[in-house]
Write a protein that binds this ligand. Structure first.
Ligand SMILES: O=C[C@H](O)[C@@H](O)CC(=O)C(=O)O
Ligand SMILES: [Zn+2]
Length: 276
């Protein structure tokens, strides 16, 4: 597991481009035939990707967790970004295709991921946080998640947000997770920006053209920095950081949060006049 320590906002002010990327950007989320994870000390969230080929990929614990199995003390969500496959939890297979999410409760002993067609592998984005109770594993299909329309074409931020995990369709301990899709021609997400000192949030950007780039804004509201992000990369936002972006083409992203409270709407909005 790639381990990222927590950072202090005072320290982050002095980071150069390479340091910003090393602390906050996850560049290789999807590697064919591999399951890759990044462990952040920010609220101890784990994110990553699984791209199974002909053989299923097993989720293992390691010395970073030092538990007997990955979900011994944590909950996990697997979002199928592309392809078709299955999430297998303690012998039960949950078939998934693009837009489906499997919530895997604490206490699940064996988790593996497989592709229906190794020539067109499934791509699973993974998100996890420590959990205080066992909860049932649940499959959520995109069509069952109510869309919420945000923004407008005039402000280049027209987008649809689907909250897969927020206590409505799925009960979870800490994890809140969803999919935001930008409308054609819209490029801005999450602007006006916000922070939420109660929770860490991670964004995973996808559906971006290979040549397109996204400028992700992070940092304290009056000390913003940026990361140049390409398709299928993730950004870790400490609680004190804004998280917003604009791209040179259309895209979508998966967001997930974990931390002190379980209130999606708990955001400290930043006035445009206060951004620096
Ligand atoms: O705290 C909530 C998160 O930042 C996201 O839900 C924001 C988002 O998807 C968007 O504005 O498009
Ligand atoms: Zn947020």
């Amino acid at each position: 597991m790639d381990v990222r320590y927590s950072t202090n906002p005072a320290e982050a002010r002095g980071f150069d481009t390479a340091q910003l990327r090393r602390h906050y950007l996850v560049e290789d989320v999807f590697v064919p035939g591999e399951l890759r994870l990044t462990y952040s000390h920010e609220d101890r969230v784990v994110l990553g990707g699984a791209v199974p080929g002909a053989e299923p990929l097993r989720l293992e614990s390691d010395d970073t967790l030092r538990t007997d199995h990955f979900c011994e003390r944590r909950e996990l969500a697997a979002f199928c970004v592309d392809g078709r496959g299955a999430v297998v939890c303690d012998g039960t297979a949950y078939p998934v295709e693009r837009g489906d999410l499997a919530y895997i409760g604490r206490g699940t002993r064996e988790v593996s991921f497989s592709s229906a067609d190794p020539a067109a592998p499934a791509r699973f984005y993974l998100a996890s946080a420590p959990a205080h109770q066992d909860l049932p594993t649940t499959l959520v299909h995109a069509k069952d998640v109510p869309p919420v329309e945000l923004g407008a074409a005039e402000t280049s931020n027209e987008r649809t947000i689907r909250r897969y995990i927020d206590g409505t369709l799925v009960e979870s301990c800490q994890l809140m997770m969803g999919w935001t899709q930008l409308a054609p021609g819209s490029v801005w997400n999450t602007m006006p920006a916000h922070t939420h000192l109660r929770r860490t949030e991670c964004y995973f950007y996808f559906d971006l053209d290979e040549d397109a780039r996204l400028v992700h804004l992070l940092g304290e509201p009056d000390q913003t920095r940026h990361l140049i992000v390409r398709n299928e990369q993730a950004v870790i936002s400490p609680s004190w950081s804004i998280h917003a972006g604009a791209a040179t083409g259309s895209y979508s992203f998966i967001w997930f949060m974990a931390g002190e409270n379980y209130r999606f709407d708990d955001m400290d909005h930043v006035a445009m006049a206060d951004l620096r």
